[in-house]
Design a protein around this ligand. Structure first.
Ligand SMILES: *[C@@H]1O[C@H](CO)[C@@H](O)[C@H](O)[C@H]1NC(C)=O
Ligand SMILES: *[C@@H]1O[C@H](CO)[C@@H](O)[C@H](O)[C@H]1NC(C)=O
Ligand SMILES: *[C@@H]1O[C@H](CO)[C@@H](O)[C@H](O)[C@H]1NC(C)=O
Ligand SMILES: *[C@@H]1O[C@H](CO)[C@@H](O)[C@H](O)[C@H]1NC(C)=O
Ligand SMILES: *[C@@H]1O[C@H](CO)[C@@H](O)[C@H](O)[C@H]1NC(C)=O
Ligand SMILES: *[C@@H]1O[C@H](CO)[C@@H](O)[C@H](O)[C@H]1NC(C)=O
Ligand SMILES: *[C@@H]1O[C@H](CO)[C@@H](O)[C@H](O)[C@H]1NC(C)=O
Length: 623
């Protein structure tokens, strides 16, 4: 083995870092002994300890590297550059003007826990056990629930990797090779029309994952500049979708609202899918909503709150030229959940975005809604490979999601979106993508917790959990699932119902009373939620962090994916297993008071068989 000290190397001490850190941060590069073997091994060090290791340049013979200056190398027509990033990081750039070039740098996942990564259909936590197939592009897509997927991997040793926006990125994790996450750059569909291939990323090293994540939020990810409207935080949102699906009209919406009010609940009503003349028309259907003005005024009197309404961005048949995303053949036909005859508005075209916004704005006065549920926005609703002429070509295809979210931002803090891309700054809720009415890791109740953690650790801290009890997909929820879901959701930022508890019968308990208890718990903690949001705006802290946030060196806490925090002092451990009336609770360091009975525990401690009958949510408050 030989350790080379050439450009890629940057090497300990040779990059100008803060004097005080100069001895603590660095990396070593080792070329393979065999002259014909490709790639090199890189070890990143912090305080003399290895915190990250990688096999870089997997497609290149780095023995042939010609490094005239310390951090600038040429390998054939590939250029490698390494620069310092702040006091404790490096930006590594592989670049080639030969667009057939592929780059591949793989990081070893073993020996640490990992956080960040994409929203998934099967959402496990921490991240290191997930499998990602590198043949699929790492872009914002509906497929596999990738609606929030920043290019961010954080490990428990305090290192993070953030991949540049312009990289035509594919990620292969635990797939081609177990224990590795490989960042691959190649100019293939949907990354069209490129003039170079780029693999550029920043590695930052810190003493622990909390310091590292805050560094990431404040330097690369971004953080919110405001929080959602308090109405949406404090009181439930009642949506027509899961209960009624498309079977809605004036009478049903009013009846739904009256039912809610008569049972003693308040909040806002959301009219979901199928109120429009046609999808994307944004005008109420006459046959279903002949009296929409009266319906809206009825809602505003009855529940004294707002009406949000859903807006789909996919149109069935409107032929405005140039407003729809086309592919390289000029075809604009897109496929979505309703039909194979749709067109995706090109929000990167300011005129097309305005054409959309004008109709949305009109709804604010006629019939007078207050806010919107902005659905979809993922890039795979547009026909591939999509052409976007008004943008930096290296931002294709995620530019679609970003420009959509920027368009929605005009409508303020009383809205929700469900896709995101580099849009952490906005003061509105990002909703988890639709959940199924099941218990498990397969988009069920368990993933309410793991998706909450994933979104927070992508820098999206204003998270709107999806509908309580799921959407009725795959099956209808039963009363037990509905109630466990309600409890699990109670200390998350907002509660969104569609299924109504009084529609569920139980011989054993009164579902309505139990739901009332958890809605009250949520209301009691609304000030804490808002405080956590203000802290997020100020400092970049997650609103709902994983529990290791309390002690980022706690090896047990680092592995836990079925508990979460609200702010920094409230730990929540929901029951998410069918027929269970107890669960194991882990409390990290600190003195914790049981929110249900005032018992005090000194952490770290594992509480086996914590009793949690159907009306109990285990939660603990740190002194
Ligand atoms: C890259 O180098 C190869 C040969 O090493 C050459 O065939 C190719 O034309 C070069 N590409 C560019 C864009 O310079
Ligand atoms: C990852 O690192 C571990 C040691 O921590 C080592 O045993 C393993 O072989 C490495 N994996 C790969 C794929 O290089
Ligand atoms: C609803 O009210 C708006 C103005 O407030 C009016 O322009 C519109 O015609 C009314 N719609 C119906 C169906 O009466
Ligand atoms: C446009 O794309 C759609 C969906 O892929 C396809 O069905 C249709 O045949 C295409 N139209 C033309 C003219 O190529
Ligand atoms: C490729 O990008 C250029 C600008 O860099 C643009 O003018 C052209 O329309 C794009 N072509 C396609 C097919 O997207
Ligand atoms: C549940 O309690 C409410 C009072 O809050 C009562 O009106 C209702 O009848 C009860 N339901 C059942 C099924 O007992
Ligand atoms: C839960 O209990 C019900 C009723 O006893 C039973 O049908 C179901 O299979 C149980 N589910 C699990 C996961 O044990």
């Amino acid at each position: 083995m030989k350790v080379i000290f050439l450009g890629i190397t940057a090497l300990l001490g040779s990059i100008k870092v803060n004097a005080h850190l100069a001895d603590e941060v660095g990396f070593d590069v080792t070329l393979p002994d065999d002259e014909n073997e490709l790639g090199a091994k890189v070890t990143f060090l912090f305080n003399q300890g290895e915190v990250l290791s990688a096999n870089v340049g997997a497609t290149l013979n780095l023995h042939e590297a010609d490094c005239e200056e310390e951090y600038n190398c040429q390998i054939g027509n590939v250029t490698l550059t390494t620069t310092a990033f702040g006091d404790n990081g490096y930006t590594i750039t592989w670049e080639s003007l030969d667009v057939t070039q592929t780059f591949k740098d793989c990081f070893n996942l073993t020996g640490a826990n990992w956080f960040g990564g994409p929203q998934r259909y099967t959402q496990t936590w921490p991240l290191e056990a997930q499998i990602l197939d590198g043949s699929s592009p790492y872009v914002i897509k509906k497929s596999d629930n990738f609606a929030v997927a920043e290019r961010y991997w954080l490990n428990s040793k305090g290192a993070y990797i953030f991949i540049d926006d312009k990289v035509p990125l594919f990620v292969d994790q635990n797939n081609e090779e177990q224990g590795l996450v490989c960042f691959i750059a190649k100019a293939e569909n949907p990354y069209i029309n490129r003039t170079r291939v780029l693999l550029q990323y920043t590695v930052v090293l810190n003493e622990n994952p909390k310091v590292a994540h805050l560094h990431a939020v404040n330097n690369v990810l971004g953080k919110p500049k405001g929080h959602p409207n308090e109405g949406m935080i404090r009181e439930p949102i009642w949506t027509t979708w899961a209960k009624f699906k498309r079977d809605i009209n004036d009478e049903i919406v009013l009846g739904f609202a009256n039912d809610i009010v008569n049972n003693g609940f308040t909040g806002q009503v959301e009219i979901d899918e199928d109120w429009e003349v046609c999808f994307g028309a944004h005008v109420f259907k006459e046959d279903k909503f002949a009296n929409i003005n009266e319906t809206v005024s009825g809602l505003l009197c009855g529940s004294t709150h707002l009406l949000t309404t859903t807006v789909r961005i996919t149109l069935r048949t409107d032929l405005k030229k140039g407003y729809f995303v086309k592919n390289v053949n000029g075809n604009t036909t897109a496929i979505w959940w309703e039909s194979e005859d749709a067109h995706q508005i090109d929000f990167t075209n300011p005129e097309a975005a305005e054409w959309f916004s004008t109709r949305i704005r009109a709804l604010l006065t006629n019939p007078g809604v207050d806010g919107f549920k902005f659905d979809a926005g993922e890039t795979d609703y547009a026909i591939p490979p999509s052409v976007y002429e008004n943008v930096d070509q290296e931002e294709i295809p995620n530019c679609l999601t970003k420009s959509y979210i920027e368009t929605c931002a005009e409508f303020g803090d009383l809205i929700e979106v469900r896709s995101a891309w580099r849009t952490q700054e906005y003061p509105f809720f990002v909703r988890m993508i639709d959940k199924d009415s099941v218990w498990g890791e397969d988009d069920g109740l368990y993933t309410l917790i793991t998706t909450l953690l994933q979104m927070n650790m992508n820098g999206y801290t204003m998270v709107l959990p999806d509908m309580i009890g799921g959407n009725g997909y795959r099956q209808q929820p039963n009363v037990e699932l509905l109630l466990r879901w309600t409890a699990a959701n109670a200390l998350m930022p907002a509660m969104q119902f569609s299924y109504l508890p009084w529609d569920f019968e139980s011989d054993e308990y009164n579902a309505t009373e139990i739901v009332r208890k958890f809605v009250k718990l949520h209301e009691d903690y609304a000030d804490e939620i808002i405080k956590a949001m203000e802290n997020s705006i100020e400092n970049g802290t997650p609103v709902n962090p994983p529990i290791w946030w309390v002690d980022p060196t706690d090896q047990t806490a680092l592995r836990i994916g079925d508990e979460f925090l609200l702010g920094e002092n409230i730990l929540v451990a929901p029951v998410y297993i069918e027929n269970s009336t107890e669960r194991t609770v882990y409390l990290p360091a600190g003195t914790w008071t049981d929110g249900n009975n005032g018992v005090t525990y000194n952490g770290p401690i594992t509480i086996l068989d914590y009793p949690a009958p159907i009306d109990v949510l285990p939660y603990f408050i740190k002194q």
